[in-house]
Design a protein around this ligand. Structure first.
Ligand code: HEC
Length: 259
């Protein structure tokens, strides 16, 4: 058995190396974000930022408000009152009364999105799974002033992006200072540093923490069942442990007379 495991590990070793290299190169310029799905307060703050700043363009149409409310520790009433827009708090955009059970859709159609932004606005339900938390975190922090772009901003993580810097009031506006480097092998690389031109309402640390909450929320939304799985995992381990104790006692009992 030991031999078999050893052979397997040796056979698989190159895969680990290759995987590692691939991951390292694609994540080279991304900042790491601490995700904590057990932090309900952070998820609530993230959800608030999401409905206030993102949901006017992006839908999250796999998600129901009521599901979100339950998972992140809010009541249906709190969600209907504070999170479902437009501002006419008793009706949705079709004039129907708002319900916590409705999906997190958006009034803008794909065609309108294309006309306004040059590209349809993607649904963000599972974006944390397609892009990864670190990517979104870095993306939301890397808008910079670029007068040649339609909205006056560009992004180092998503060059020529069609999205305006919707959080600029919070972050402020940055200028990108690019420095070129050449290493001893003649490879050219470029580092970018941001310099604040217009300060935002939040300090850089506060902005980082607001974006962390928002990304935390997007990760939750990408896989709402994860929260349940965490608790389930604890029960499963507890059950396996009990089973082990009982089986061990049984084994002792069965084999006690065999020598
Ligand atoms: C004014 C409309 C608008 C608002 C508001 C907006 N976005 Fe966007 N967003 C876009 C558009 C348009 C794109 C597509 C850009 C492209 O493909 O060039 C986009 C793209 C993205 C992407 C990349 C998706 C992908 O995988 O390609 C992410 C992530 C994203 N937005 C997150 C957010 C978050 C988080 C918020 C809220 C803080 C937000 N957006 C608010 C218009 C908007």
């Amino acid at each position: 058995m030991k031999k078999l495991i050893a052979t397997l590990l040796i056979a698989l070793a190159p895969t680990f190396v290759v995987l590692n290299v691939a991951l390292a190169s694609s994540e080279a310029h991304l900042e790491k974000v601490e995700i904590n799905l057990n932090n309900k307060a952070s998820l609530q703050r993230g959800a608030r930022t999401f409905v206030n700043y993102c949901l006017n363009c992006h839908a999250a149409s796999y998600m129901r408000y009521s599901r979100m409310a339950k998972d992140i520790g809010l009541t249906d009433e709190q969600v209907v009152e504070n999170m479902i827009f437009p501002a006419d708090f008793s009706k949705d955009k079709n004039g129907k009364p708002k319900k916590a059970g409705q999906l997190m859709t958006v009034a803008m159609s794909a065609e309108d999105g294309k006309a306004y932004f040059g590209t349809p606005v993607p649904d963000l339900s599972v974006v944390a799974r397609s892009r990864g938390a670190d990517w979104i975190y870095t993306y939301l922090k890397s808008f910079y002033i670029d007068e040649s772009r339609p909205f006056g901003v560009n992004n180092t993580t998503f060059p020529s992006v069609g999205m305006p810097h919707v959080l600029w009031e919070l972050q402020g506006l940055n200028k990108a200072v690019k420095t070129k480097h050449t290493d001893e092998h003649g490879h050219e690389s470029e580092t970018v540093e941001f310099e604040t031109v217009v300060p935002g309402k939040l300090s850089p640390a506060e902005y980082d923490s607001a974006v962390t909450d928002l990304v935390n929320y997007l990760v939750y939304m990408g896989e709402p069942a994860k929260l349940k799985r965490y608790t389930m995992g604890v029960y499963v381990l507890g059950f396996l442990f009990l089973l082990f104790v009982v089986s061990y006692a049984m084994k002792k009992e069965f084999w006690k007379d065999v020598h």
